[in-house]
Ligand binder design. Structure first.
Ligand SMILES: NC(=O)c1ccc[n+]([C@@H]2O[C@H](COP(=O)([O-])OP(=O)(O)OC[C@H]3O[C@@H](n4cnc5c(N)ncnc54)[C@H](O)[C@@H]3O)[C@@H](O)[C@H]2O)c1
Ligand SMILES: N[C@@H](CCO)C(=O)O
Length: 429
């Protein structure tokens, strides 16, 4: 058997610990598959003294994490620290600059700096791999980059944040409050250190921008993702959606069209007969529509130590086999800078929820705003007092341009009849 692939590991938290445990548990099998052993030679994290439940005494400990880039004898650096900049980015740049391969689960860094890092990897003739950065354990990057490589992809969308899906599923099945379920998700180890990244849609947007680049052969464009989260969802929205035959899911959706690339993360109503409506808990799922393969569905654990470690080690196995390949499925020079598509031109059905004062003329005011903007109402539900004597009005529209729906909401802005902000969710077609 050839020489082992020697790994320097930065970050020993949820995912870093999982990588050590996985390499220990499946060492022999992995060596047979990779054609050589994969061996950790050095590790680094913030706190040397912390008990992580794994034996670290067999590895060299390095205090300065960024020095791992030049760790003697290491072939590849694995970064499991997190953060778009800071030590993770310094480590990535210096590792690739030193002509060594680099593996990461860090979607924030790849979303912001992936193009630069891919250029550096290509220039040095080494690998940059980030399977774990999108949908944790699901091999969706590999699936699109390799399995679906022959297809033109029209649309890619899915559930890309386990924390939000966990919260939405629990709110739905147990009728519990948002804040209470968020605390539970954080305790389970799949929430980001900054929970707003999860619940405000930023984490899903990081992943979507990477997925879109791989699917469409475009430069990652995180700044072009329209981002909305689940913070303002009410239990009542989930109940109304259910009554109308839908489940609420935070979806990331990217679509390539004549006017450019459209990318959005937003809560959607998903028809109950769509597979994504049945993805519950912290699971993730991605749908890709290819012109020859048709609809592909990738589903599995999008977070957690074991699943995420599985994706990290799969990248290491590729490197051990000498399978490098361009990080975004085609050489950097071939990635196009697609313009951002105008969302106003998109047509779709929408769910609109208003919390309103219970008084004469309120419904007429909402209906007039919809009429004036040319938005046709398909169904309307009004529920009795929900809080402070206000009532809930939920509307599903017929298909309309998004620009018209925005106009209707604009007309209602500042109305004395509305209590708080309306909620707009798109309905997945
Ligand atoms: N937890 C998951 O389920 C999951 C899933 C997919 C991707 N990821 C990504 O994997 C990465 C790691 O996530 P995690 O959940 O294991 O995080 P974590 O917080 O559990 O662990 C982070 C590790 O990095 C170390 N670290 C932090 N700052 C450091 C610094 N300045 N210098 C040196 N070491 C430092 C910490 O000591 C710790 O060992 C992140 O990019 C995250 O987004 C996590
Ligand atoms: N915070 C992320 C971890 C996996 O990327 C999630 O909840 O999906």
């Amino acid at each position: 058997m050839s020489e082992p692939l020697r790994v320097a590991l930065a970050g020993l938290g949820t995912v870093g610990g999982g990588v050590i445990r996985l390499l220990d548990a499946n060492r022999e099998l992995i060596a047979r598959r990779a054609g050589r052993e994969i061996e950790i030679v050095a590790v680094s994290a913030r706190d040397r003294g912390k008990d992580r439940g794994v034996d670290l005494s067999r590895f060299a400990w390095v205090d300065d994490t960024t020095a791992l880039a030049k760790q003697p004898g290491a072939d590849v650096v694995v970064e499991l620290i997190g953060g778009s900049d800071g030590p993770a980015l310094t480590l990535a740049r210096s590792t690739l600059g030193a002509g060594r391969s680099f593996v990461t689960a860090n979607k924030a860094m790849i979303a912001h700096h992936g193009l630069e890092l891919a250029q550096a990897a290509e220039g040095a003739g080494v690998a940059l791999k980030f399977e774990a950065a999108v949908a944790g354990g699901i091999p969706v990057i590999k699936g699109l980059r390799e399995g679906a490589a022959a297809n033109e992809i029209a649309r890619v969308y899915g559930i890309l944040n386990g924390t939000c899906n966990f919260i939405l599923s629990k709110m739905e099945s147990e009728g519990r409050d948002f804040a209470e379920v968020l605390a539970e998700a954080q305790a389970l180890g799949f929430a980001e250190s900054d929970p707003s990244f999860d619940i405000d849609g930023v984490d899903a947007a990081h992943k979507l921008s990477i997925l879109a680049a791989v699917a469409f052969g475009t430069q990652p464009a995180f700044g072009d993702v329209a981002i909305g989260g689940i913070r303002h969802l009410l239990g009542a929205d989930i109940a109304e959606a259910a009554a109308l035959g839908y489940r609420v899911r935070l979806l990331g959706l990217a679509e390539a069209g004549a006017d450019g690339l459209f990318q959005r993360v937003h809560p959607h109503l998903v028809p109950i007969d769509h597979p994504l409506a049945h993805v519950t808990g912290s699971l993730n799922a991605v749908v890709a529509e290819g012109n020859f393969v048709g609809r592909l569905l990738f589903q599995g654990a999008g977070a957690g130590d074991g699943p995420t470690a599985s994706a990290v080690v799969a990248d290491l196995i590729d490197i051990a086999r000498g399978e490098f390949g361009p990080p975004f499925a085609m050489p950097v020079v071939s990635l196009t800078a697609a313009p951002k598509a105008d969302s106003g031109e998109r047509r779709g059905r929408a769910y609109l929820r208003f919390t309103v004062a219970d008084r004469v003329g309120v419904l007429a005011e909402i209906a007039a705003a919809m009429r004036d903007a040319g938005v046709s109402i398909e169904s309307l539900i009004q529920r009795g007092a929900i809080a402070d004597g206000s009532v809930l009005v939920a509307i599903v529209t017929h298909e309309s341009p998004e620009r018209s729906i925005a106009q209707a909401l604009e007309k209602l802005r500042g109305s004395q009849s509305l209590v708080g902000q309306p909620m707009w969710m798109h309905i997945l077609d």
